[in-house]
Write a protein that binds this ligand. Sequence first.
Ligand code: VG1
Ligand code: CO
Length: 564
Amino acid sequence: MSLPIETLHIAKPYPIAKMGTSGMRATQEAYGRPLFLEQFLQGLADHFAALPAEVLAAGGRRIVVGGDPRLGNRDRVRRAAEVLAAAGFRALVAKDGLASTPAASHAIRHFKTCGGVILTASHNPFTDVGIKANSPDGAPSLEDAIVSIHEKQNRVTQVRRVPYEECVRLGLVEEFDAVKLYGDLLDSIFDFAAMRRAIAARPTPPRLALDSMHGAAGPFARDIFIDRLGLSPHMLRERPDEFLGGTDAHGHPMHPEPDFAFIPDLIRLNLSGEFDLVAAYDSDVDRRLDGGAGYFVESADEMALFAKYGDLIGLERLFAAPGGGGTIHFCRSTVTAGAIDLMGPWLSDHYGRKGYSVRTVETPTGFKWIAELGNWGVEESNGIGNPWLREKDGVFATAFLLKILLHTGKTPLELMEEIWRETGRVYFTRGEVSGSDPAGEKALTAILDAAPAKAGRSFAGLELESAENWDYLHPATGEVAARKAAYVLRFADGNTVKARFSGTGSGGYLMRVYCTKFDRKWDIPKSRIVEPMKAAFDAFLADSGFPGKSTNYTDAAQPEPYGK
Ligand code: VG1
Ligand code: CO
C-alpha cells in the first residue's frame, strides 16, 4: 500500500539527551520546540524499524502507545502514531491515550507487539514531559536499545509521517481498552470472584482510601476496586488531569509522586484509623505507597510481605522450568533496604520444598535492571514489580495487599511485625542534596570519589569504616553491567549511607542520599536510628568543604508507630 507520507526536513537536528533512569525527561518548553518531538519520535521509529526481521514479523509491526494524562500528551499520542505509521508500524493506542506504565507493559506482552512508547514523565510535575520506550518483552529499554535510540535520534534529518486522519482511515491506528485489559490480568492473578466472597464473608467490607494524584490511576482503581470488587473506596484526586493537580499554595506545581511529602490528605485519613487499606499512586501508576490502619508499609518491607504470601496468588505457575522446578529471583535496587535479603533463608526453605530455588539480586537504580530478569523486584522509591509483567506496578500492590488482609484478618503493621520478629528490621530513609549550579554536582562527585581516603575518621561520632563506588555484576554473565552505580559509605555498627545522582530530572542536579541500618529490634523509633547517619553524612560533606547539607528526608512526614 502506498502511504500518504508527509516529509519534514530538519536542517539542524537538536541534540537529544540519552534516556536516563527511565525514559527521556525534559521541560515542556524543551519538548515544545518546533519539530523536537517529531525528531525524537523519528529516531524512536527508526530504532523499532531496525529490530531484527523475526522480531518485526513476530510483533506484526505493531507498537503499543499510551501514557499519563499530562499536558499535551493526547496530542503526543497521535503524533507518535503518525511517525510510526510512516515507518511501517500500526499503533495500538490506549483509549483516551491513557495507559499506566504497567498496563502498557502488559499490553505489549498480551498483544505480542514489537514494543511500546509510553508518554510519561512519571513523578515529575506537569511542567515536564517524558517518553519511555519499551522492548518486545514489555520491559523498559536496556542500554543497547537506549544507545541505538540515542544515536538514531541525533542523526535525524527528516521526519516522515502519515497525517493522523489518514492513519485512522487506513487502519494504521487501532484502539484498545488498557483499563479492561489490565483489569482482566489482575483478575486472572487474584481471582476477584474469590475475593468478593471473602469480602462478603466479613461483617463489614474493608474500607479503602485511594489517592490517584490526578494521574492515570483513577480509571484503573475504579475498574478494579469499585466495578470488579464491589468496594466503595474513598477516592482522592481521582480524575486524570492534564495539570496533575495544578500548583500548590506557593505556586509550585504538584508532584504526582506517592511520597509522604505529597499525600497529606491520605496520611490524615490513614491516621484516623478508619481505613483498612490506603494507597497513593504516581502519574503513570508504576509506584505505590500503601498501608492501612494508621501505618504505611515501605516498599522494601512490602516486597518481603509479598514474598511470604506468594502462595496466595499461585506464584509458582510462572516459574516452572521445563523439567520441573526453576529459579525465583527476588531483586531489589542496591539503595533499597534489604528486607528481602533477610527473608532469604525462609524463602529458600519454603520454595525449596516445592522444588524451586531462590536467588536475591541487588541491581542498580532504574527498573529496567530488574525487569530484564523478569521476576519480583523492588525499589525504595515505592515501586514493586511482579513477574506477570515487566514494570513496577502500583495497583497490583494494592490488590495483593488487600488479598493478604482478607486472608489473614491482620493489619499491615501486624503483618510486618510478624516478619520483623523473625528476621529483624532494616530501617531506611532517603534524602537529597540538590541545587541548580552544575558546579555543585562536580564538587559532590569529587568529594565522594575521594571518600575512601577518609576511612578510619569519625564524622559526628560515627567512624567511617570504608567507602566505595558500587559496580553491578550481572547475575547471568557475572560481568560488570553497570559501573559506579552508587557510592557506599559504611560507618561503624552497620550504619550505611549510599548516594547517587538522580537520572529523572529536567534541570539542576539532585543527589539522592539513602540511610539504612539493620537491627534485630524492630520497634525502635526510626528517628533514633536514622538521625546519626544523616548527621554523619552532613559532617562528612562539611569536612570536605561542601557548603550544603542533605535535606528532604522521606521520614520527615512519615507517620511513626513507635514514638519519636
Ligand atoms: C527515580 C527513582 C527510581 C525510579 C525512577 C523512575 O529515579 O529513584 O527508583 O526507578 O525514578 O521511576 P532517580 O534517577 O530520580 O533516582 V518513575 O515511576 O518516575 O518512572
Ligand atoms: Co512512575
